[in-house]
Design a protein around this ligand. Structure first.
Ligand code: DGJ
Length: 364
């Protein structure tokens, strides 16, 4: 009896000191107040000894945004304290960040020269489905916000990419686009949609941000009707584009990009375009962020790897203080109730050639 109650006492004490011992991938994750973490399609920023997780607040029913971008913070990546709504949608917002619009895949980076936290996200206007295809920017003086909207627009109006006419560097993946005629594919590769959108700016849907070692930041987004990814350099304060951008994998149909760097190599994990349904993840690499990218095989290994463990990439987080250590973050969407979509946080390992691999793990 004593043993039993003694053990229970130790357990109770441990739970007080370490409220969460591990996170079960794909289960419900609660914050330190015991409420469901509602931060989907998110990104995590490390700043001054704390991790800050930003994500889409999703309603129980429906696919539009009713609340905004939520924020949670942690010093151990396990216990997440709810920090509130960092960017609320507001009725009558002049830029259209209002209830009923769509806010997706928010990412926040810190700009050391201005001392501001800069949020970028995919923004769709109320009642227009996914037609607006905008990138929106908001800034704050502290990580939890409140973030103030700066802009919501298409990308780089009037500017041509550095590499307008490129051919796919991965013809072996033509199986993904069997239904195209060769002429259609040639037109896409030759930049038909870039030309169409030149004046008003390029489409921007699924997106991420990446800050390089030299402090330059990049916006990576699905453009050209989700057919082609773009990588656009940001200006020095990270609040706008510099005008320099490239196209990669024209006609490759990539969504959900997540970029990281190890040993001088750039890596990208992305998904195909199948709405909320999972598909096979893709891995891409380059020696230079604005250089030539090559597509490799699926980085996920093992059972359900061909469906990305029923998830979709959103971010790859470098672990602070553990050089070369990364966590790949995925959403397991539940389109019937998006608020109940789950999180998969999986360690990134590297094979003998240094190529990233992702294996399933029950807990994080
Ligand atoms: C897939 C995207 O990756 C998500 O962010 C979201 O836009 C859904 N499509 C909507 O169907």
């Amino acid at each position: 009896m004593f043993m039993k109650s003694g053990k229970m006492l130790v357990f109770a004490l441990l739970m007080t000191v370490f409220p969460t011992l591990a996170r079960e991938n794909g289960e419900r994750w609660n914050d330190t107040d015991g409420n469901l973490i509602n931060a989907h399609g998110g990104g995590v920023m490390y700043h001054d000894g704390r991790y800050w997780w930003y994500g889409e607040h999703r309603p129980d029913k429906g696919g539009t945004t009713q609340v905004g971008v939520t924020c949670y913070s942690s010093d151990n990546l396990q216990d997440w304290k709810y920090e509130g709504v960092a960017l609320p949608v507001v009725e009558g917002d002049p830029m259209g960040v209002e209830p009923g619009c769509i806010v997706e895949r928010p990412k926040v980076i810190y700009n050391a020269s201005t001392g501001k936290y800069v949020m970028w996200f995919h923004h769709e206007l109320k009642g227009q489905g996914y037609a607006a295809a905008r990138a929106a920017v908001a800034v704050a003086d502290s990580p939890a916000g409140p973030f103030r909207m700066i802009s919501s627009s298409r990308v780089n109006p009037g500017k041509s990419p550095r590499n307008l006419a490129i051919t796919s560097s991965t013809p072996e993946y033509d199986k993904d686009r069997e239904w195209w005629t060769p002429e259609w594919r040639e037109d896409v590769e030759a930049g038909m949609f870039v030309r169409r959108d030149l004046e008003g700016g390029q489409m921007s849907r699924d997106m991420t941000l990446f800050v390089d070692d030299d402090g330059k930041a990049y916006h990576i987004y699905s453009s050209e009707e989700n057919l082609t990814l773009h990588i656009a350099e940001l200006n020095d304060d990270y609040t706008d584009h510099s005008g320099k951008y490239i196209r990669i994998f024209p006609g490759g149909h990539n969504e959900a990009p997540a970029v990281f760097k190890k040993g001088g190599k750039y890596w990208m994990i992305a998904s195909g375009c199948t709405g909320w349904e999972p598909n096979e993840a893709r891995l891409m690499t380059s020696d230079s962020i604005m250089g030539e990218w090559t597509r490799l095989q699926n980085p996920c290994k093992g059972e359900m790897a061909e469906k990305t463990f029923m998830g979709q990439s959103t971010y790859v987080l470098p672990v602070e203080g553990k050089d070369g250590s990364f966590i790949a973050i995925f959403d397991r969407w539940n389109p019937k109730s998006l608020s109940d979509s789950r999180y998969l946080w999986l360690p990134v390992s590297f094979d003998d050639d240094g190529t990233p691999e992702i294996h399933w793990a029950d807990s994080f």
